[in-house]
Design a protein. Sequence first.
Length: 248
Amino acid sequence: MKNVAAIVLAAGKGTRINALTTNKVLFPLAGKPMIGYTAELLRKTGVSPIVVVVGFKGKEVMRFLGRGFVYVNQGKLLGTGHAVQKAMTKLPQETKQTLVLNGDDSAFYTPQLLKDLINLHLRSHAVMTVLSVERKDPIGYGRILRDRNGEVTGIREERDVTEKEKRIKEINTGAYCFSVSFLRKYLNNIRKNPVKGEYYLTDLAELAVKDNLDVEAVKVDDETVSLGVNSLEELKQADRLMRQKLKS
């Protein structure tokens, strides 16, 4: 994994789960904060450095993770595109590729899954490769848009999908591998979403395709690899699945 870094997004407030006093990434799964699994995963994957973007209750996140990570404070929480832009200031100049993961939904990934994501990204010479999953119920997730030939043309956030796009089952997990040179050039081209007032990292897919740059998606069959934890019920489900995983 030479010249491959990782960026972990861990700044958000977790408003949908009403996380008022603790950052959602510190919610426990089988007794351990979920971002702890992400940290172990990335260490085993062999990427370096691992840049963690903090914000809401950032000191608690840094206190839990401790040394061995590079931290950057997002400041104003202006979305995933803005968070990655902040993280880019901490990447060494020689970094060629970077993973981007959410700290609150990546606990069930495996090192091999991320290595496969990176390797496909490198083989395809794509500027952006996203991990996708087929879900029986895709509500609440961004959809992967493809053309008639099956090529990725964009990623549409749930709140912006059309009625036709709502029927798409292939969803964005929020795990990516990017060319760093692409990020340095295109992050500034993301426009603020007029509804949320945020900069969506997912907008990079359409920007790339518009300029005839390759965007790939690695689709996995097991939808449990990416579990959104946006309610107490989903947190209980994730906790139950993690306990089962650790027993097997």
